[in-house]
Design a protein. Structure first.
Lengths: 171, 153
């Protein structure tokens, strides 16, 4: 309903859609860029493109997937344009201030080695406050499929952690 | 608790720490200001849709009105043609007008219409009777081709 209103040029309907999908899009952008503020830029830019191109959307129930795809492209463009700390590249080695920070750095590094799809589902799941409905809305898959993808991503993470000499992580 | 479960919980906690992000709030007003052109394009689509809607509605109403007027004119013309009474000072009947000379001309549409306009159904019947009486019964010696050639002039 909101999507149809937005397609018809209803500004309030469109901004309500933005509110609903913003968190998920920022999580997707963050998984690519590794930076929360840049991720917000990517999400907002994606909404701007969506506002102009909404009439091209064929199925209203695909809005989430569609705008998420725009956001991924925007985030990749931003990542190419600005040499920032990217989650899909090698993370810079930081001197750990404590053991806890050292662990966090190793986990970050392992996250950066995941495939973009696996990293995305981890970010979506661990972004505070995102429901399965919201995640499903942008990925276009069921809760079961989300859990399956998440399990595979965590197993991969555990593999990377073992390789980094983190010890035995059984998942 | 199994070792696997413990490891999973540990990893979940670490991921929460690493990702450590609260869900961001979308600031609609700031976004509208930042992407004023795009937002304007979206709203303009809405305005043009409304305009097109009104225009279409008006066109349909006008078209409907026009059709009603055209239908009224057509009905009036039809009534005028079919219900026109005989002219004043004219006797109904074939004799009131220049009588067609041949039976073919007598039964032509124009001739029948003229007879009807001048004398109504009676005049029409009279003209048809006159045509039939002129034709008369076909003698055995006359072929159908001859009758038809006379009818067609």
């Amino acid at each position: 309903m909101l999507v149809e209103q937005a397609v018809g040029g209803d500004g309030d309907g469109f901004t309500e859609l933005c509110r609903r999908y913003y968190g998920a899009l920022v999580a997707i952008g963050h998984s690519i860029l590794g930076d929360r503020h840049l991720a917000e830029d990517a999400a907002q830019q994606a909404f701007a493109k969506a506002a102009v191109n909404l009439p091209k959307l064929r199925k209203a129930d695909q809005f989430g997937r569609w705008v998420a795809a725009i956001c991924r492209n925007e985030a990749r463009d931003l990542a190419r344009a600005r040499p920032v700390v990217r989650m899909d590249g090698e993370m810079p080695a930081a001197e750990p201030e404590s053991d806890r920070l050292a662990v966090a750095e190793v986990v970050k590094k392992a996250l950066g080695r995941l495939s973009s799809e696996a990293r995305e589902v981890v970010f979506l799941r661990f972004y505070d406050g995102l429901s399965y409905d919201q995640i499903s809305g942008v990925l276009g898959i069921s809760e079961q499929a989300i859990n399956g993808r998440l399990r595979r991503a965590k197993r991969k993470l555990a593999e990377h952690l073992r390789r980094d000499g983190f010890g035995e992580v059984n998942l | 608790m199994s070792e696997q479960k413990k490891d999973e919980q540990w990893l979940d906690a670490e991921l929460r720490q690493v990702i450590n992000t609260t869900q961001p709030e979308f600031d609609a007003e700031a976004w509208k200001r930042r992407y004023a052109k795009e937002y304007e394009a979206l709203e303009a689509r809405g305005r043009s849709a409304v305009r097109v809607g009104i225009g279409a509605g008006r066109r349909v109403r006008l078209m409907g009105g026009g059709l009603a007027v055209a239908a009224t004119i057509l009905i009036a013309v039809a009534i005028l043609f079919t219900q026109r009474p005989p002219r004043d000072g004219q006797e109904p009947g074939v004799g009131a007008s220049a009588s067609p000379s041949s039976p073919a001309k007598m039964v032509s549409m124009m001739s029948l219409a003229r007879a009807y306009r001048q004398g109504g159904e009676d005049a029409l019947n009279q003209q048809l009777d006159a045509a039939l009486s002129k034709l008369g019964p076909r003698p055995d010696g006359i072929s159908a081709v001859q009758v038809l050639s006379e009818l067609e002039g």
